[in-house]
Each structure stands twice: as C-alpha cells, then as structure tokens.
Design a protein around this ligand. Structure first.
Ligand SMILES: [Mg+2]
Length: 198
C-alpha cells in the first residue's frame, strides 16, 4: 500500500458510536485525537511535509467543530450530503489527488467518496454487517477497523505498517526539537469550516 498524503474522516460512527442527542451533540475520545496527532507528526518526521486532515460530515455538530479547532485540523466540511463534492475542493486546497487520501467511514452516505479515494477503511459496527458486505462487494474497502475508537486503531495500524510508531512515540515523549517544530506548525493552522449544502 502506498503512502497516505491526506486524511478524510467521517464524524458520526467514526469519531463516535453514531449516537447523539436531539441537540445533535456527541462525544469524542482522546485515544482518537492522540492517534491522529501521532500520525501527523510521524508523517512530518518522515516526509518533511504536512499531512492535511479534514472532517467531512452530513450534519453540523458542535462537538466535531470543537475538536477540529482544538486539534487544528485543516478543514471541517459539514452538511455534506454528497461527500464527493469534497473531492475537487480538497484536491485544490491540498494539491493532493484523492487517490492519495486515506478515508475512514462507516455507512452508506460515504460510499460515493469511498469509490474515489485511494485507501478506504470501514468501521465494522455489528449493526451494519450486511452493508459492510455490500461495500466489500463493490470494492470500497481496503482496511477494516473495529470499534470502539476506530480512528486510533486505524492510525496505529498505519503507523505500525510504515514502521513509524516507535520513533513518533519516543519523540513525542521526550518533546524533541522536531516534535516542537511540528507542534508549532500544527498550532498555526486555523481550520476552514464550510457548509457544503450550498
Ligand atoms: Mg458516519
């Protein structure tokens, strides 16, 4: 598998278990945020380039928006009922073709985008077992990730596969000069938030 140069993450069912309140609130896990942080750092270490991250969601969710700002992700694209709309937009912003993106997703709304992205991971919620088989039959899945915390599991899997995990953890732990350089770059970034219903 080739290297991932950009990451798109669905929100509901990926950062969350898919449940929410009437106000649309949901929760997230620091296990998942640490996974993305380690992955971005490791990518920076080994490629000397930035790994852009976008959250793309069919709804608008305050928790997602909070997380995107706190973690200095690159884009928050909401009301994305047709997620393929993100392709020309993010390809232009990132200068990276969708064939080099990773995409973590969990449900039917994501199939269109999964058709176009280079490396696709689907979350194996027990409730979607037949939909997972359908996705597999359509050739939409490269990796399967189990819940809970599929984001972290996927990051760990990729970090391990690249042979990047040990060094990333060591430099994060020692707060190395390179980690500090990464951290400063990360914290400069202000996410772009966009309503894709229009
Ligand atoms: Mg979802």
């Amino acid at each position: 598998m080739s290297m991932i140069r950009g990451i798109v993450l669905d929100w509901d069912g990926v950062w969350t278990d898919g449940t929410k309140s009437a106000e649309g609130q949901s929760v997230f896990s620091e296990h998942d945020t640490m996974g993305i942080n380690l992955l971005r750092f490791a990518h920076y270490l080994h490629t000397d380039s930035w790994l852009p991250v976008a959250v793309v969601t069919g709804e608008r969710n305050l928790t997602a928006e909070h997380l995107v700002h706190r973690e200095h992700f690159d884009q928050f694209l909401f009301y994305a009922r047709d997620k393929t709309k993100t392709i020309p937009f993010l390809e232009d912003r990132w200068g990276i073709k969708a064939s080099s993106w990773g995409f973590v997703f969990d449900d039917v709304l994501d199939f269109g985008l999964a058709e176009k992205v280079g490396r696709r991971a689907m979350v194996t919620w027990p409730a979607t077992a037949h939909t997972q088989r359908l996705a597999q039959a359509k050739g939409l899945v490269d990796d399967w990730v189990d819940p809970p915390n599929p984001v972290r599991r996927w990051c760990e899997h990729y970090l391990h596969e690249q042979g990047w995990l040990e060094q990333a953890v060591a430099e994060r732990q020692s707060w190395s000069a390179r980690y500090q350089a990464y951290w400063a770059l990360r914290n400069e970034r202000e996410p772009e938030c966009l309503d894709l219903s229009r």
